[in-house]
Design a protein around this ligand. Structure first.
Ligand code: AP5
Ligand code: MG
Length: 221
């Protein structure tokens, strides 16, 4: 499939730190569709000290989910934007059954549906180690790992030159809570999308490029 010819509505599922954002970036670059990360939207709002950011921060810092009503309208509006007409990758949304139902209802209203739900599978044991090594760019949101995806210059973003940080919610205690919240509230979406015949699993413990190859074999060249 060549760039610009696709119309794929893709959802990335997976535990915190499974590599959803990393793979979503690669999918978006290959198929030329926008990457919509609710976590990135919230972090940008926190950085700009908006009302939404202030509300979201208290939940995010504890590793809890932001309430559905603060997320759903934001995403439903975002996917109506002009750049979404050829599809998009939703990363970090939906995260609860009510969010998935709200998305389906919004899509059904325009005679549309989710095409692919890609579950990036990584066991909990691997996650805590990954998160403590993650570094994120405060300016452009790019993500690195001190061992697996190092930057050219330590602590500096390859893409925009801004400073890299350890996310507040990547501290080990908070990561443990995020994993609990994931298992309770988000994992049920695997059954939800299986029942809709759109679920695909990929082994997220493999090297980044191998995970991406598995995804491309699902989405098509
Ligand atoms: P969000 O930003 O979505 O965080 P998350 O789901 O916890 O996931 P992460 O971004 O931490 O991980 P990822 O899977 O994207 O992994 P990454 O590619 O970075 O959400 C943050 C918070 O916002 C939530 O806790 C919640 O409070 C709130 N929120 C967001 N959406 C919400 C919603 N819909 N409803 C309610 N609340 C919401 O990779 C991780 C690390 O591993 C990186 O360092 C990366 O370089 C490295 N890595 C990636 N792939 C590989 C590989 N194959 N091998 C080795 N290392 C790898
Ligand atoms: Mg992410």
């Amino acid at each position: 499939m060549s760039k610009g010819e696709c119309n794929m509505k893709i959802i990335m599922l997976g535990a915190p730190g499974a590599g959803k954002g990393t793979q979503a970036d690669k999918i978006c670059a290959k198929y030329n569709i926008p990457h919509i990360s609710t976590g990135d939207i919230f972090r940008a709002n926190i950085k700009n000290n908006t009302e939404l950011g202030q509300k979201a921060k208290s939940y995010m810092d504890k590793g809890e989910l932001v309430p559905d009503e603060l997320v759903v309208d934001l995403v439903v509006d975002r996917i109506k934007a002009d750049d979404c007409t050829n599809g998009y990758v939703l990363d970090g949304f939906p995260r609860t059954i009510p969010q998935a139902e709200a998305l389906d209802a919004a899509l059904a209203a325009i005679n549309d549906k989710v095409d692919y739900a890609i579950n990036v599978e990584v066991p909990d044991e691997n996650i805590i180690n990954r998160m403590s090594g993650r570094r994120a760019c405060v300016a452009c949101g790019a993500t690195y790992h001190i061992v697996h995806i190092p930057t050219k210059v330590d602590g500096v973003c390859d893409k925009c030159g801004a400073k890299l940080i350890l996310r507040d919610d990547d501290k080990p205690e908070t990561v443990k809570n995020r994993l609990n919240v994931y298992h309770e509230q988000t994992q049920p979406l695997i059954d939800y999308y299986t029942a809709k015949n759109v679920l695909h699993e990929v082994d997220g413990t493999k090297a980044m490029e191998d995970v991406f190859s598995s995804i491309v074999s699902i989405l098509g060249e």
